[in-house]
Design a protein around this ligand. Structure first.
Ligand code: URA
Length: 259
């Protein structure tokens, strides 16, 4: 693949910009400046720098982000900054086969919710991970205003009716983890679903953190605001999500794989 095309595919700007970056010797491959935009490289595994910043080629982007509080998941946020500002420009500019540009979040978290977000430019992956039919469990660590009790946990497992749908929604798993905390696993992602379910059992969410999606936990060393590429094992684990049975109705979510 030509170097200028590699840069374009990775989100370094319009073709003309990529051509210029190479011609002006602002790109290095294996430590050597390359000023021939038509120079051919095997893209898979290619490490290069653009204006001194290292980049590694990825045909498709699959990322995990630790969302901090105070960010919106929208591309066009209202009152708060967008989570997309936490990503480097190439990830926001990657060209896509569809009419979208850059990576998109798999589902959304509220502005005040923290924790695990997956992002990708692979439309099929985004659809698969967000479809309720695929039974991908999302695990939430919930902190409540009033003490949690067994009746609330039971009701969350049996199902509660929310104001926009007569069909009850239930936790695929729910367990009390402290006096004011519980862990709730959901298979769907309705608007404010956790907050509304907790309200429906007579309590109120004061803090919400997503700790796991499907077979993948938020890496413990990924700090709020940080992102990283999923490695091949993590991607395989997350893609298998949903083909594995949902966690038992009242038990904790399955132990995270050692990844
Ligand atoms: N449910 C909520 O209420 N908020 C979130 O951010 C995610 C799930």
């Amino acid at each position: 693949m030509q170097l200028q095309d590699i840069l374009f595919s990775q989100g370094f700007g319009h073709r003309r910009v990529c051509l210029g970056l190479v011609q002006q010797a602002r790109v290095t491959v294996n430590g050597q400046a390359v000023d021939d935009p038509f120079a051919q490289f095997e893209p898979e595994g290619l490490q290069f720098t653009v204006e001194g910043k290292p980049w590694s080629y990825h045909a498709k982007a699959y990322l995990v982000l630790h969302k901090p509080a105070g960010y919106e998941c929208s591309q066009k946020p209202g009152a708060w900054p967008s989570i997309y500002t936490l990503l480097p420009a190439p990830l926001r500019q990657r060209p896509n086969k569809t009419n979208t540009t850059g990576v998109q979040a798999v589902g959304r978290l509220d502005q005040d919710t923290t924790g695990m977000l997956l992002l990708s430019d692979d439309g099929a992956f985004i659809h698969r991970m967000s479809s309720p039919k695929k039974h991908v469990g999302k695990v939430y660590e919930v902190t409540t205003a009033d003490p949690v009790d067994g009746r609330q946990v039971r009701k969350l497992l049996e199902g509660v009716v929310l104001d926009d749908d007569p069909k009850p929604v239930r936790g695929a798993a729910c367990e009390q983890t402290g006096e004011h905390t519980l862990r709730l696993t959901l298979l769907e992602g309705k608007y404010h679903q956790v907050k509304r379910m907790i309200a429906a059992v007579g309590n109120r969410v004061t803090a919400l953190h997503r700790s796991r999606i499907g077979n993948l936990s938020l890496p413990a060393d990924l700090l709020p605001g940080q992102w990283r590429w999923l490695d091949a094992a993590q991607l395989a684990a997350v893609q298998e999500s949903g083909t594995i049975a949902a966690p038992a109705a009242s038990g904790p979510p399955p132990a995270p794989p050692a990844r």
